[in-house]
Design a protein around this ligand. Sequence first.
Ligand SMILES: Cc1ncc(COP(=O)(O)O)c(C=O)c1O
Length: 407
Amino acid sequence: MTQSREEHIMIPEADLDGVSVDTLAVRAGQHRTGELEHSDAIFPTSSFVYGSAAQAAARFGGEEPGNIYSRFTNPTVKAFEERIAAMEGGERAVATASGMAAILATCMSMLQSGDHVVCSRGVFGTTNVLFQKYLARFGVSTTFVGLTDMDGWRDAVTGNTRMLFIETPSNPLCEVADMSALAELAHAHGALFVVDNCFCTPVLQRPLEFGADIVIHSATKYLDGQGRCVGGVVVGSASLMEEVYGFLRSAGPTMSPFNAWVFHKGLETLPIRMRAHCENALQLARWLEQQSAVEKVYYAGLESHPQHQLACRQQSGFGGVLSFTVRGGQAEAWAFIDATRMVSITANLGDVKTTITHPGTTTHGRLSPDDKALAGITDNLIRLSVGIEALEDLKNDMKRGLQALQN
Ligand SMILES: Cc1ncc(COP(=O)(O)O)c(C=O)c1O
């Protein structure tokens, strides 16, 4: 006889009642097989076997819970989903093949032709393309507004608006949205409020507590934390997630068991990593702000940031991503980037290794010049995802960039 998943659960949920997010990161969603392994097992299998034809029929018919086929049921994926759902304070999570698949699965399961979305301008470039180019083809229209422009949000909402979509802090300018106000606006119009919580993670911010209906992650970023796997996840109420799960089962943008295992382990160190990222980023932002070749630093932890107070209310830390403009244009930004010798020139973020990016020609390169200008993506903008290397070594590498601007 096959052993049901329920029999694998060795840690009763009640033991985790009221524990902190740091403890949930390590203890939630833990399952043990009969081998009593301490580190979680991985189940790299495409399908599962049944004790009898009748049991197979009961599983497929939904009368008996349990594993069927890894496009939509896999114990390793389930373990990751349970852990991140607990950390976000959501009833259920659905893991996906990438962060973009998480956004697509949310839109495909929540929207239909004729619906309207209001999306903040300061979102990851590919999110913008997904809404503008692809969802538009299926009759879903999108209006983009400035993240902090509350009048703009109110004006953009129509009778057909079914979703308000934001990132906060935004990529790459670290603008901070008033989540409670946007949730109230969305709900007053019967729309869903969806937050991409990639930059903060549940360690620093839990959007569901501020009225969000759905939280999205690119697990590729901080949840992994070491730049190994691409993945995503959607978190929310059981009823909304049943819809997302239904789409996943039918369309198949599934997370692999191996990636789920990496993310599940990644979550265990997330709280401690986030604190290290926040500390380094704040110190580096303060230091960059003092450099004469730096025009402006964008980081919500700085007192000079326009939404600093709001960030203090919504977040327990300011995250590891900051952006800054250098005096000059693209040539100067590229010269700065090329002069660095330790940080990695790559488009990923959320890694323990510091990464440096020129958003205008990479992550946001597919935006039209007008959209770039509206989103504040200037040619002289550089994004840093500050890692956990020693602060002095990071400053020394940034000094090489600054030196290049003086030459
Ligand atoms: C804020 C944000 N959301 C979503 C995504 C998309 O995630 P993925 O690359 O895992 O598809 C990214 C990727 O950079 C991102 O920065």
